[in-house]
Write a protein that binds this ligand. Structure first.
Ligand SMILES: C[S@@+](CC[C@H](N)C(=O)[O-])C[C@H]1O[C@@H](n2cnc3c(N)ncnc32)[C@H](O)[C@@H]1O
Length: 189
């Protein structure tokens, strides 16, 4: 049986080695989210990104507002089919599909998180417009130009070859929008 202490020690050994952080980035991401998944789930719900809070907003309200803002900036509508790059456990896809009427396909590295995203989409909806697939953003498992847009929330920090990920997003979608952790306050929704 693997204890939490074993898992933590294994993760620490991996991240302590600069070479392995690059060569084994998939294992590093998978191990990291296995360790922090419960905490994230309890405190953030199904969306794993930051948001700027307006006075009186709860965390969930601020997070959803942030997701709707990105969808509006991307011009997503019911005619869109957007790729959610690094879709996590599916929170942003659910909010954006409900807000815009767009079809959303998420791609996510960790299979356990894909399964959790599917459960969340079934529970939150709109399940008929959302799907998730396991895959690495540097080699997307989709043909050229199958999406009208691609977006991401705070995930490319994990990907060593960011240029390749952006090229893959552009290859599969018409344009690419996304958030990093830091933005000027006056630009927030
Ligand atoms: C901070 S979470 C954000 C998840 C989601 N975008 C959200 O906002 O809820 C980063 C996600 O990126 C995924 N990820 C990291 N590297 C990836 C890669 N190379 N390909 C696909 N997904 C990746 C992680 O497994 C994790 O679910």
């Amino acid at each position: 049986m693997t204890t939490e202490t074993d898992a933590t020690a294994r993760f620490q050994a991996l991240v302590a080695d600069p070479r392995r952080r690059l060569d084994d980035y998939s294992a590093m991401v998978e191990q990291y989210y296995a360790l922090v998944g419960d905490i994230h789930r309890a405190h953030r719900g199904p969306s794993y990104h930051m948001a700027c809070y307006r006075p009186g907003q709860s965390r969930l309200e601020a997070t959803a507002a942030h997701e709707r803002d990105l969808a509006d900036r991307a011009g997503l509508t019911a005619d869109s089919h957007a790729l959610d790059v690094c879709s996590g456990v599916g929170g942003p896809a659910c909010t954006i599909a409900a807000h815009t009427g767009a079809r959303i396909t998420g791609v996510e590295l960790v299979p356990a998180r894909v399964a959790e995203a599917r459960d969340n989409a079934r529970a939150r909806g709109p399940a008929d417009r959302i799907s998730f697939r396991a895959g690495d953003v540097v080699a997307l498992p989709f043909a050229d130009s199958v999406f009208t847009a691609a977006y991401t929330f705070e995930a490319l920090c994990h990907v060593p070859d960011k240029a390749r990920a952006l090229c893959e997003g552009a290859r599969s979608g018409a344009f690419f929008v996304g958030y990093r952790h830091a933005r000027r306050a006056e630009e927030w929704p």
